[in-house]
Each structure stands twice: as structure tokens, then as C-alpha cells.
Design a protein around this ligand. Structure first.
Ligand code: RI2
Ligand code: CYT
Length: 513
């Protein structure tokens, strides 16, 4: 054991940094774990070590920002440093990588170690990849859901039912939560909606809502705001509700994957932790969506319903059209503007309003606010009457945003480029996955102005030279990269359009590469 004095490092990362000499004395290598202890304060955390020759001097331990949120060290404070045991959860992760099955205790051990930052980013990725490749059965998914809930805070409300809604994601432009939640709340129901940020997409609901108001709140604040306004739309990752979820999503995001077992647990843990009784799940189905065909969709729906039964929640699922983007806008500001326009009563064509009112309608029927088959109509009435807009303003206000915000206040990025039709014809393909890649390359979701506005959707006729879609970015170099990606991926195909021209010397040239 050695004693070192703390140096706080303002780096948004987990772990600690040791001088190589101190690491040698302690007996740890880069990537090993140490326990940092202050006996007097009773403060102690485990952390993964990074070693350095020069950045941290001997006698000092550098503590990264995220780890210090738990340790609360002051600059110069003295800590005992001990080698920490290798966590047993790593053996469980290996077992899953080899095709084994997690027990309840093993799952809890992995989740607890993720939440307490005991596992390194590589180990968390191995856990996700192992589960992604070998799958989790329904028992393992239930264990995971319960472990995610029990390692965080839970909310309970005085009156019931508590309604909730969640989409598994995977379809670009899916801003429907910004309509569904205020419609349900305007009908007098409580809906404490927690969302994640983008996982495979170009803007999760938490990212979108952040363009209108703060989204980071404690579990207590979520409860109090929901009691007052009937609803919130907040970022689950900030609440300490199912805190493992956000850690897992952080590792899924760069890979654009959403492992099925983790997805079920991620969604349902958030519902269970807020005390939901009635839950509607949106399962977009489409060639480039997370669920490829209706059979797979029905199977996933059964799993959501079964998991709900095991946890005491009534779940209904809607298989929705996921072959094309929802509405016309993809990316934070573009989507928020489109959602606000719909709430303001603008005549937005097609999928956005229809999808939102159908989903909200199911929740209204489940809660007994409408007869079976009448929910969608009631939801539409609530939307058209302006009551959903009023409720949305109340939600924005209670979360600390400007309730008088108008759709036109939310503007897309100042750098844009129109992609025009090379031929006249019908749009026969809009590749969701490529659209997302282009929007992300343009800067979405972090750059709020970045994204894509689609002028012509599948089945629409377009004349040669007319814009099919416009790419927006906040920074010019991001627009350049997005354009390059767009040219490579060709996300839209117009009937009759030449897809590529392969010159006769193609093979010779490609061999030279
Ligand atoms: O990035 P991809 O994987 O498309 O989807 C993730 C989005 O789907 C869910 O939406 P909601 O909270 O039901 O609106 C999540 O919370 C998140 O916002
Ligand atoms: N894995 C997930 C998919 C969609 N929403 C979530 O919160 N989590």
C-alpha cells in the first residue's frame, strides 16, 4: 500500500492515472484496477489504471472527472492506494462469450460492476458483444432488467395508473414521443417518460428534448414534475434510474448495434423503475430497421409482453412501418421543428401524425380513456384541439425551458446542400441506415443543427434536377464529409436512375489499390 495525493483531472473519463514508478511500486500495470481509499472520510472507489511517465508526477494520483463524481476527492487530499482484486464478473463475461448462460447472481455482479466503474470499457464491450453474439434467454433478460433496476433509484407515485411509452428505435426521424407524451398527459394520465440518447440513430428523444429544455434530473425531480405537469420527457441516463443502461448504450452507440437482450432490458427497466402499469411499445419493422420483418416483430412483441408479465406491467406492442423515415426530418433541430409544427396544427402530411395518434390511442384505450378501436380518434382530437400543444408547453416550462417557443425558432444548421434527382422518376428506395450514417457524419446528434430534410419520400415522383433531400450541418467541414458519405452510400434511388458506372478497366484499377 502506498499513499498518494490527489490531482483532479478535468477529463470526462472514468479511472485514474498513476506515474509508472508508483504503478510499479503498487504492483499494477496499465489496465489493472486499484482501490483508492480515504479511511477518515469513509470514501473508497475502485478504478482502472492508466500509467504515464510525465503527466502525473510520482507521489500523485490523477483522478478522472467521472470517477471523482463518486469519490468527491479534493485537490491534494491523501489517499491510500491498494491493488484491487480482479472482479469475478470478468469470468461471467467470459462464460457468456463462450456461449454459457448467466445466473441471476452473475448478472447482478456484472451490472453492479458496470455501475460502479469496476469494469473497464473493453470489458463492458466484451459483455455487450458476448450477449450480442450468443443472445440472452428470457430468464437472463429478466435477471438483467431486475439488476438494472435494483442498482439504481426507483420512483413510486401516489395514484395510478402510470402510463408509459417506448420505441425500440432504429427508424430515422422517429420524433413521435414529442407528440405521444403530451397527448396522453392532456387526456389526464400520468406519463413520466425517460428516454435514452441516440443509440443507432441520429437523434434520440433525450437529444431532441434537449433542444427545448434541460433533460437531466434526479429521480425525485422526475416524480415531482410528473405530479405537477402530468408528464416529463427526460434523459434516463441522468436520473440514476437504471444507471447501467446509459453505460451500456455508450458502448453500443459507436458500433450502431442494439443487442436484443440488452434492448428489452434497457426499455423495460426504465418502465419498471418509474412504476409504470400500462406500457405501449413501438416496434418499427423494415429492411434496414432493428427488426427486419413482421414475424421477427411479433416474436419481439411476445417477449416484451412476457417480460412485462414477469414484472407486473401490462404491455401492448405496435408493429409500425420502419422502412422509411418518420416524417421528413432527421436530426435534432429539424425533428424538433417538425414535431412542434405538428403540435401547432400545421398540415403535416402522413406518417408522423398517424403514427403518433395510433400509439397514443393504444395507451388511451389501455387506460380506459377510450373504447377499444376509438383511441386513435381521441388522440387525434386532442392533438387538433391544441390541448397537446398546451401540455407540451407545460412540460417544457416545468423542465426549465421556454414554453413560448415556436417551431420556427428552432432552426437547422447554417450550412446546407441539396441533393437533386439525376433523372425524373419515382423514389423507389430510401435507405434508413445510410440516411442515419450521413446525418451522423454531418454532426448529428451532438450538433443540433445537423441532419437531413427529405423532400421526396418513397413512392413520390421527382423531376430531374429537383431536390430529393437536403443535408444540413453546423460546420462546413462536417457538411463536406457528409456529402462525401452521401455520394458513397447513395441512400435514395430513383427509378430509372443509373446506380453506378463500372468502367472496363475497373478490375485493373481496383487491383492496383
Ligand atoms: O437511436 P435509436 O436506436 O434509433 O433509438 C433510440 C431511441 O429510441 C427510444 O425512443 P423513445 O424514448 O421511445 O422516444 C430511446 O429512448 C431513444 O431515444
Ligand atoms: N436499447 C434501447 C432501445 C431503445 N430505447 C432504449 O431506451 N434502449
Amino acid at each position: 500500500m502506498i499513499k498518494l495525493s490527489a490531482k483532479l483531472m478535468d477529463i470526462d473519463y472514468r479511472g485514474v492515472m498513476l506515474n509508472r514508478e508508483d504503478a510499479r511500486k503498487t504492483g499494477v500495470l496499465d489496465g489493472d484496477r486499484i482501490q483508492i481509499i480515504n479511511q477518515e472520510r469513509g470514501a473508497s472507489v475502485q478504478a482502472v489504471v492508466t500509467t504515464t511517465e510525465t503527466i502525473i508526477q510520482e507521489g500523485t494520483v490523477g483522478i478522472f472527472y467521472v470517477t471523482n463524481k463518486r469519490l468527491d476527492a479534493k485537490e491534494g487530499e491523501t489517499f491510500e492506494i491498494r491493488v484491487a482484486d480482479r472482479p469475478v464478473s470478468i469470468d461471467y463475461i467470459k462464460k457468456k462469450m463462450d456461449g454459457g448462460k448467466f445466473t441471476s447472481d452473475e448478472t447482478f455482479s456484472v451490472v453492479k460492476d458496470i455501475v460502479n466503474d469496476v469494469l473497464s470499457p473493453g470489458e463492458v464491450s466484451a459483455y455487450i458483444t458476448g450477449s450480442y453474439i450468443n443472445g440472452l434467454d428470457m430468464d437472463e433478460i429478466e435477471y438483467l432488467t431486475r439488476a438494472m433496476v435494483s442498482t439504481g433509484e426507483q420512483i413510486s407515485f401516489g395514484s395510478h395508473p402510470i402510463v408509459d411509452k417506448h420505441s425500440i428505435g432504429g427508424v430515422p426521424g422517429n420524433k413521435i414521443t414529442l407528440l405521444v407524451v403530451p397527448i396522453i398527459a392532456a387526456a389526464g394520465l400520468k406519463i413520466p417518460k425517460t428516454s435514452s440518447r441516440a443509440i443507432t440513430g441520429a437523434g434520440g428523444t433525450a437529444d431532441l428534448m434537449e433542444a427545448l429544455c434541460p433533460v437531466s434530473f434526479s429521480a425525485d425531480e422526475v416524480r415531482n414534475m410528473t405530479e405537477k405537469a402530468g408528464a416529463v420527457i427526460v434523459w434516463g441516463g441522468a436520473t440514476n434510474i437504471a444507471p447501467a443502461d446509459d453505460r451500456i448504450i455508450t458502448h453500443e452507440y459507436p458500433l450502431k448495434i442494439d443487442a436484443r437482450g440488452q434492448m428489452l432490458a434497457s426499455v423495460m427497466a426504465k418502465k419498471y423503475a418509474v412504476g409504470a402499469d400500462l406500457v405501449v411499445i413501438d416496434i418499427p419493422v423494415g429492411e434496414h430497421a432493428k427488426v427486419r420483418n413482421p414475424e421477427e416483430g411479433r416474436k419481439l412483441a411476445r417477449e416484451f409482453i412476457e417480460l412485462g408479465e414477469r414484472l407486473g406491467m401490462r404491455v401492448e406492442c405496435a408493429l409500425t412501418y420502419g422502412d422509411s423515415p418518420i416524417g421528413h426530418a432527421i436530426g435534432v433541430n429539424l425533428e424538433v421543428r417538425e414535431a412542434l409544427k405538428a403540435l401547432e396544427g400545421a398540415n403535416i402530411p402522413g406518417s408522423l401524425i398517424q403514427k403518433s395518434t395510433s400509439l397514443a390511442g393504444i395507451a388511451l384505450e389501455m387506460a380506459g380513456k377510450a373504447q377499444n378501436g376509438e383511441g386513435g380518434k381521441l388522440a387525434e382530437e386532442i392533438l387538433k384541439s391544441g390541448k397537446a400543444l398546451e401540455k407540451m408547453k407545460e412540460i417544457i416550462k416545468i423542465q426549465g425551458g421556454n414554453p413560448d417557443v415556436k417551431s420556427d425558432d428552432i432552426v437547422p444548421g447554417s450550412h446546407s446542400y441539396d441533393i437533386n434527382a439525376p433523372e425524373s422518376g419515382y423514389v423507389v428506395e430510401l435507405n434508413n441506415s445510410s440516411l442515419i450514417t450521413i446525418a451522423r457524419t454531418a454532426g448529428a446528434p451532438n450538433d443540433h443543427g445537423a441532419g437531413i430534410y427529405i423532400h421526396k419520400k418513397k413512392g413520390n415522383h421527382v423531376k430531374k434536377g429537383e431536390p430529393i433531400f437536403t443535408i444540413y450541418a453546423d460546420r462546413p467541414w462536417r457538411l463536406e464529409s457528409a456529402l462525401e458519405t452521401g455520394r458513397r452510400l447513395m441512400p435514395v434511388i430513383v427509378e430509372g436512375m443509373m446506380i453506378d458506372r463500372i468502367p472496363s478497366d475497373y478490375w485493373r484499377n481496383s487491383r492496383q489499390l
